[in-house]
Design a protein around this ligand. Structure first.
Ligand SMILES: [Mg+2]
Ligand SMILES: [Zn+2]
Length: 185
């Protein structure tokens, strides 16, 4: 672990912010989940850099545009900064399933780019999500899958079929506490 770079990969909707079946289309609709930004601050304080990998097919569907996505992310960065949290990078997939791209989760494309960007061995690096496809995308490359029960998490847990070794946490705050406690063992 000593030589391993400290990276945590997070899904966005349902993990950091409240999710919606109708998509998050504007900064006004982007609302942080309780404690999620504090959890990121806590990870940062422990030396972890946070990267986001998020499917944003609302762009491909024409529900919102890049300017709206950028504005949402500006809000996210701004809200994060108020609690001393920093999100290092955001990888997003703008495609729909019909596009058959390599980046839309459960495909591992975005996580592969993150592993390359940070030059890490995914083994031992957590990938946190609320949907099965988040966990599958990470597990395919050897990231450790962590399911949070916010967003679609309860449904995902009930549906079963989680990748082997998936850890389960109530929310991102619980993930950060569990993960950092384990690191100190
Ligand atoms: Mg999600
Ligand atoms: Zn894509």
């Amino acid at each position: 672990m000593a030589s391993q770079k400290k990276i945590v990969v997070l899904d966005r909707d349902g993990v950091i912010n409240v999710d919606s079946e109708a998509f998050i289309k504007s900064p006004d609709e982007w609302v942080a989940l309780p404690g999620s930004l504090d959890a990121i601050a806590r990870l940062n304080q422990a030396g972890y850099r946070v990267a986001i990998a998020t499917n944003q097919s609302g762009i491909g569907r024409g529900l919102f545009d890049m300017a709206a996505l950028n504005a949402m992310h500006e809000k996210m960065h701004r809200m994060a900064a108020t609690v001393g949290a920093r999100i290092d990078t955001i990888f997003f997939c703008p495609h729909t399933a019909e596009d058959q791209c390599e980046c839309r989760k459960p495909k591992p494309g975005m996580l592969k780019m993150i592993a390359e960007r940070y030059d890490i061995d995914p083994k031992g690096t957590p990938a946190v999500g609320d949907s099965l496809r988040d966990l599958q995308a990470g597990a395919a490359l050897g990231f450790t899958p962590h399911l949070v029960l916010t967003g679609k998490g309860q449904k995902t847990l009930a549906a079963g079929g989680l990748p082997e070794g998936t850890r389960i946490h109530d929310d991102l705050r619980a993930f950060a506490l569990d993960f950092l406690a384990e690191e100190q063992d």
